[in-house]
Design a protein around this ligand. Sequence first.
Ligand code: ZN
Length: 313
Amino acid sequence: MRRLVCETRLSTEQLVLPLFVRSGRKLRRPIHAMPGVFQLSPDELVREAGRAHALGVPAVLLFGIPDRKDDRASGAYARNGIVQSSVRLLKKEFPQLLVITDVCLCEYMSHGHCGLVRRDKSGARILNDPTLKLLARAAASHAEAGADLVAPSDMMDGRVRAIREELDRLGFTDTPIMSYAAKFASAFYGPFREAAESAPQFGDRRSYQMDAANAGEALREVALDIQEGADIVMVKPALAYLDILHRVKTTFGYPTAAYAVSAEYSMVKAAAAQGWIDERGVTMESLVAMRRAGADILITYAAAEVARWLAEA
Ligand SMILES: [Zn+2]
């Protein structure tokens, strides 16, 4: 009876597994603050994605860690960059696996910011407009490698339009954009910066990411991204921003993704390791809450475990 009247369903079909790839062979470098998450060499990436795919996880979200960083993020749009070559590999092995790529510059920048930086006596500034060209190039290089969906996470103004125009110009008219539309400057990203080696070398990201206190601004950012051509909009982090998720879904009715970020995962793992909480129960309840708030798509580091639990249920 309870199953019959259940209002919110969790399904493996809604899950996206983020993965980190770097060059090498047989490499599984553990991320200290995210037990069970690794930086993977391309061969291990294929194995990990294959395992999740076999459990029914339909999609992965790729982050690349380049060998070299510079102040133009050239690895982000290199034809044979780590993400581009990994996308080719994944699509060859698993044509049915949806491969989403994170589009940003921070992992590829020597200074770790998401855009080009100008430094002068008065300090450092992010150069919004010149950054757009590089982001568009990065997105196009991912599409060219076979990415099914590109996901810009940089939060520069106008980047969705710049990416849409570049994709269309090069003939990738069918490649949709999932924009990190409401991305807050958040302490919940802490463990990720170790995973993606993308911590800013100076300053913080508050000039381009949103203030946790601002819900109205989040809705305006989402509206802009939709106007510019976003096909799916994302709210990030997830659990501490369920009100935003709800408002985004009810206001726009667009396909909406929730990104349960690194610390959301790490906190559950840490408390579970102490025996203080029931890992499975807390994880599933959190994901149901995101669904109930309006998320259609759940991006979570626990995607493979959740798929296993759902298969058992
Ligand atoms: Zn970034």
